[in-house]
Write a protein that binds this ligand. Structure first.
Ligand code: S3P
Length: 447
């Protein structure tokens, strides 16, 4: 194409109103947290694991590329339902291979942080890096416990990627009290502890998602877990296992919010993970008065799954989300804040400082975006306040900055999709990180 013919695309996507209520049922893509773990744990294990329902998204592909670089063999194909299924043959007792180049984790914090724990107990040197957003995210929280276990790093006490992990076969088991409720931190330490001599324990100030503790025993790792504590007994022999990944509640939360914002909607989300550590948004929306309920239909391994049904509810009210519950809604706070903007009264999210170090500074971005809607939202210390307006009228011509963050892009897209006027969202394609078919799925529910 000559330069005169080339078209400069606008840096934003126009999101048009869907034009009607959302009705019927759908499935959402595979759970991102469980998909990462299925791929990574299968790569660490001896033998061939069969995986189904794996999320096909940029983040999970980063984990797949990472384990391939370390010597695992991944044969996952895209299925008719859009998920990935197939086999992963792990490196097992022989350990991961020395990669010949840095491993680029793209935008995926879960890949980068879990990988540090995975390579730490082996005699290899692995440089881990990521995109501009990931290079800004804090890594000291993972480096600190792994260093206590005897792992070295280059530079010596790094804060940010790129980081070279200098692994060791002589890691020491530790009893670690984590300063924050983080499943990524907990998992990195437990994965390193799987190959250290003795019991490695992580204590948390509040419960974080527990997919690791539920899945490790399936891969033959002796594991015990309580509400704010998890331990592994090393050294373990990880053996292949089969994993069926249920739908992602974090993606379901956007569909649920859409049903609450688009008048007259009634939606059933099928085959979604109902792990209590992940459906804090259902509890929160209930407390706001939403007509939402979950029905249990069984389990995949130890992960409960079922359906979430949600009906448009004309009057919602603000509520308080205490700090102990924040980990169970951490990825859903942007979209819950948008729902709170439509509720009567004030919603308070307590102790949400972690939002500042997600894929973007989500705390600032929520306040900025809600401000564009004419909604008063502010921070007091680490608490987020949203003063709702049930009569909210969206002004025409808004341009929301997604900051390249998938959960912000989907949140602001709902303003246009479920409202009466289109909105513009910058870098909307970043939804491919967790929910590539997000808009198509919403459109499929409009009759
Ligand atoms: C995740 C844990 C959470 C969450 C992230 C996925 C995981 O992060 O926000 O999207 O899969 O372990 P933290 O561990 O930093 O809380």
């Amino acid at each position: 194409m000559s330069t005169s013919e080339s078209v400069t695309l606008p840096p934003y996507t126009i999101i048009e109103p869907l034009g009607g209520p959302l009705e019927g049922s759908l499935t959402v893509p595979g759970d991102k947290s469980i998909s990462h773990r299925a791929v990574l744990f299968a790569a660490m294990a001896e033998g061939t694991s069969h995986l189904t329902g794996v999320l096909d998204s940029e983040d999970v592909r980063a984990s797949i590329r990472a384990v391939e670089a370390l010597g695992a063999s991944v044969l996952l194909d895209r299925q008719a339902d859009g998920t990935l299924a197939g086999t992963v043959t792990g490196w097992g007792q022989q350990g991961p291979a020395q990669p010949d180049a840095p491993i680029d984790c793209g935008n995926s914090g879960t890949t980068a942080r879990l990988l540090m724990g995975i390579v730490a107990p082996w005699d290899i040197k692995v440089t881990i890096t990521g995109d501009a957003s990931l290079q800004k995210r804090p890594m000291r929280r993972i480096v600190a416990p792994l260093a206590k276990m005897g792992c070295d790093f280059e530079p010596e006490t790094p804060e940010h990627l790129p980081i070279t992990v200098c692994g060791s076969r002589e890691l020491r088991a530790i009893d670690y009290t984590s300063p924050m409720a983080s499943a990524q931190l907990k998992t990195a330490v437990l994965l390193a502890g799987t190959f250290a001599e003795g019991t490695t324990t992580v204590n948390e100030p509040a419960p974080s998602r527990n997919h690791t503790e539920l899945m490790l025993p399936e891969f033959n790792v002796p594991t015990t877990a309580g509400t704010r504590v998890a331990s592994v007994q090393g050294p373990a022999e990880m053996l292949a296992s089969d994993v069926v990944v249920p739908g992602d509640p974090s993606s379901a939360a956007f569909v649920a919010a859409a049903a609450l914002l688009a008048r007259g909607s009634s939606v059933r989300i099928e085959n979604v993970s109902l792990n209590p550590a992940r459906i804090g948004f259902v509890r929160t929306l209930e407390r706001m008065g939403a007509d939402i309920r979950e029905s249990y239909e069984g389990a995949e391994g130890k992960e409960p799954r079922g359906a979430i049904t949600i009906n448009y509810t004309p009057t919602l009210r603000g509520c308080e989300i205490p700090s102990q519950h924040i980990a169970s809604v951490i990825d859903e706070i942007p979209v819950l804040a948008l729902v709170a903007a439509h509720a009567r009264g004030i919603t308070v999210f307590h102790e949400v400082g972690e939002l500042r170090v997600k894929e973007s500074d989500r705390l600032a971005a929520i306040i900025e975006g809600l401000g564009q809607l004419g909604i008063d939202a502010w921070e007091e210390g680490d608490d987020l306040y949203v003063e709702g307006n049930p009569n909210l009228q969206v002004p025409a011509g808004l341009v929301f900055d997604s900051h390249g963050d998938h959960r912000l892009a989907m949140t602001w897209a709902l303003v246009g999709a479920c409202g009466r006027v289109p909105v513009n969202v910058t870098e909307f394609t970043c939804v491919a990180v967790s929910y590539p078919d997000f808009l198509a799925d919403l459109k499929g529910l409009v009759k």
